[in-house]
Design a protein around this ligand. Structure first.
Ligand code: 13P
Ligand code: SF4
Length: 298
């Protein structure tokens, strides 16, 4: 199956991108694994004709927003994001109307329609930089309440919060984190900013998924508690065979991130199915918000 996929990728001049939470066999075959920011940058810069996006729907949509001339394939149409489903264009319009005029910072974990109503996008890797880049003192940050509260704690801006969250990260309670720290007192606790504020208060390091990979690799410490989706344990262990990684909670699994298998990748490439394409009237305003973010991050 791996050989078949590599041959199809070559035949179609396709690139295979995978998020750091994808199943090990998908990550191992991909041309690039990364966090949401790295994958967006690569999707914008690639000269491939086809992008096979192994992640969830909003990631493939972002690739389509950035590269409208390329064919973007999502191998499973049912790989969605529960957080992205917690905000719609209509509900954002209503909230904007209820607030005084202010910029809207939108986490990339959102639909193209929501991005199209936003001033600028952000990811977990650049949220503080994005918030600080705006001249305004007050803004709405949607849809992740935990990311918004984290950004507020790192800046002097007034941040209005949307009441969305990632169920996978919300699973991790402060009691779980405290227990892991008590069980492994020698370990550094790394947490993702999608975690609850009381969990982040216990963390030694708060980073995006690729930020955690870089931190663990460069650190002189030998053991780490990983406060994010358990898919990240695979690249952490692969890149650091001499170090030990403990999940902060075994319950931190995103089912949507686990849907894609090798047979789905092969099938979508063979039949060119699973095309994700954003209509131009949504794409152009969404592109403005995504480009504004990328210009800060490249
Ligand atoms: P990052 O990899 O950008 O940190 O994002 C985490 C996530 O939840 C993606 O769905
Ligand atoms: Fe969405 Fe959370 Fe899954 Fe990421 S881990 S895709 S934020 S539900």
């Amino acid at each position: 199956m791996q050989a078949k996929i590599r041959a199809l990728l070559k035949e179609k001049n396709a690139i295979m991108l995978a998020h750091n939470y994808q199943p090990p066999e998908i990550q191992d075959l991909a041309d690039l694994c990364g966090d949401s920011l790295e994958l967006s940058i690569r999707a914008a810069d690639t000269d491939a004709d086809v992008i096979v996006f192994c992640g969830v729907h909003f990631m493939a949509e972002t690739a389509s927003i950035l590269s409208p001339d390329k064919i973007v394939l999502l191998p499973r149409h049912d790989a969605g994001c529960l957080m992205a489903d917690m905000i719609s264009a209509e509900s954002l319009e209503a909230r904007k109307a209820a607030l005084p005029p202010m910029p809207v910072v939108t986490y990339v974990n959102s639909t193209a329609e929501v991005k199209a109503l936003s001033t600028i996008c952000c990811t977990s890797a650049n949220v503080v930089k994005v918030v600080n880049s705006l001249p305004e003192k007050e803004m709405l940050l949607a849809p992740d309440r935990n990311l918004a509260m984290y950004a507020a704690s790192k800046t002097d801006k007034t941040i209005h919060v949307w009441d969305g969250y990632c169920p996978t990260h919300e699973w991790l309670t402060a009691a779980d984190a405290a227990k892991a720290k008590a069980d492994y007192p020698e370990a550094i606790f790394m947490a993702h900013p999608e975690c609850r504020p009381e969990v982040l208060a216990l963390a030694d390091v708060v980073e995006s998924t690729s930020g955690m990979l870089r931190f663990a690799h460069q650190s002189t410490h030998q053991a780490f508690i990983v406060g994010t989706e358990t898919g990240l344990l695979h690249p952490l262990r692969k890149q650091n065979p001499d170090k030990t990684f403990y999940p902060a909670s075994e319950k931190m699994i995103c089912r949507n991130m686990k849907r894609i298998g090798l047979s789905d990748v092969a099938a979508c490439l063979e039949k060119m199915t699973g095309v994700v394409k954003v209509p131009e009237n949504t794409r152009l305003p969404a592109l403005a918000a995504v480009t504004r973010m990328l210009d800060l991050s490249r």
